[in-house]
Design a protein around this ligand. Structure first.
Ligand code: AMP
Ligand code: MG
Length: 404
């Protein structure tokens, strides 16, 4: 065994990742499945919405000019000649002196140009008396007032919101061109690992990284192709890394330079091991590279290192391949540090912190195996490589694990 001969600075690692991020191919999904997906092509309106002038109130469709002077003391009579309902238009014309009963959303009949709300009208038999003036265009939703045919409504690259899906429905789109989700394979290595729910031998440990990684990859828009538990067995790891079908392969455990750490040399032999060893704490025994079309991430087995390396590197790659924003999906807040955080020049530190009324308390800088430090924390602080840390009282950026 020997140590890492060099550790790559975090920014160089990020540059390498960004260089691998050619967007994935497109696929077409049903409209109902499109929320949250990344749009591949612009969506251009093929129709006006509404595609006809429609009533914005329940009441009476009239020629607005004819209501001039109407009041409670000057009730103007109109002859009721029919009705227009949503989906069932009146097919005649509103001539001088006539009106049509109309419901919100119903087509405005030919000849009419205003709607008198029901509260300013009273009907008896086929006579309707109007008690207030409504000029032309009043209470009418004009054709195309929502969407004009030919307008670009949504641009390529947009992550679709619920209301975007609604807008596409309103112009009749049934299938949506989106960027394919990256397929992620998780290889969970370690002879000592067993599944929660299984009987545990004295020196076995329950495996936790797959649960963290599954959830994070899904958060970042990946589809988990498979999760495979593997012994520290070179052949088994090799064949799981060289099977096709995954855009990203994440190997948990065995990423360092120990006798049982097979994955780095497998990548070097069968592809390109671009990075092995990163100047950060935790997660320094992280590696990455490529085999055929798959980007490979070798993440340390220690649970905090695994989480941290995922967040710094793998998450970025998965979001990027799927066309999402590369930036962290964590809200950031500027807060005052209540205790000091010490780091070393040349290394990025990921420090778990909790937040209270007196400010930000560092929980842990070291302790890559202490997963509970990440559940006690409200978020984390990143100490950049050119900093020796922060003194108490410094105002710093805190990344929050939770949005609320
Ligand atoms: P490794 O990176 O394989 O040398 O593992 C480092 C430490 O992390 C060891 O104590 C392992 O038992 C532990 N570890 C490895 N993989 C996992 C896992 N999937 N879940 C929880 N702990 C793990
Ligand atoms: Mg191991």
């Amino acid at each position: 065994m020997r140590g890492f001969s060099k550790r790559t600075p975090v920014e160089e690692v990020v540059d390498w990742i960004d260089g691998c991020l050619s967007p994935l191919a497109s696929e077409s999904v049903l409209l109902a499945q499109s929320a949250g997906r990344v749009l591949l092509d612009d969506i251009v309106a093929s129709i006006d919405v509404p595609s006809f002038d429609r009533a914005a109130m329940d009441g009476y469709a009239v020629r607005g000019e004819e209501t001039v002077g109407a009041s409670d003391y000057n009730r103007l009579p109109f002859r009721l000649i029919g009705e227009s309902m949503p989906g069932a238009a009146f097919d005649g014309t509103v001539e001088v002196g006539t009106t049509v009963r109309i419901m919100t959303g119903a087509p405005v009949p030919a000849g009419a140009n205003a709607v008198v709300p029901a509260e300013y009208a009273s009907s008896s038999g086929d006579t309707v008396e109007i008690t207030s003036a409504f000029p032309p265009q009043k209470h009418i939703g004009k054709r195309g007032e929502d969407v004009k045919q030919g307008t670009t409504l949504l641009r390529s690259g947009r992550r679709l919101r619920a209301q975007d899906v609604g807008l596409m429905a309103s112009i009749g789109v049934a299938e949506v061109p989106v960027i394919r989700c990256p397929r992620i394979r998780l290889l969970i290595t370690g002879n000592e690992l067993i599944e929660p729910g299984q009987p545990r031998g004295e020196f076995e440990i329950f495996e936790s990284n797959s649960y963290v990684l599954r959830s994070l990859t899904q958060r970042d828009g990946g589809i988990v192709e498979s999760i495979r538990g593997l012994n520290d067995d070179r052949d088994a790891i090799h064949s799981a890394m060289t099977d096709d079908g995954a855009d990203v392969i994440i190997v948990s455990g065995g990423s360092s330079v120990g006798a049982e750490d097979h994955a780095p040399s497998i990548v070097a032999e069968h592809g390109e091991l671009a990075i092995h060893g990163v100047a950060m704490r935790p997660s320094s025994p992280t590696g990455m590279g490529k085999i055929a079309d798959s980007i490979i991430f070798l993440l340390p087995g220690n649970p905090v290192s695994c989480l941290c390396a995922y967040d710094f590197f793998t998450g970025r790659a998965i979001r990027g391949l799927g066309g999402r924003s590369l930036s962290w999906p964590y809200p950031k807040q500027q807060l005052t540090l209540s205790g000091k955080i010490a780091s070393a020049i040349g290394r990025v530190d990921y420090c778990r912190v909790s937040i209270s009324e007196d400010g930000v308390h560092p929980i842990s800088l070291s302790g890559a195996s202490i997963l509970s430090s990440t559940t006690r924390a409200d978020g984390f602080v990143v100490v950049p490589a050119d900093s020796e840390g922060f003194a108490a009282g410094t105002s710093i950026d805190v990344w929050l694990y939770d949005r609320d």
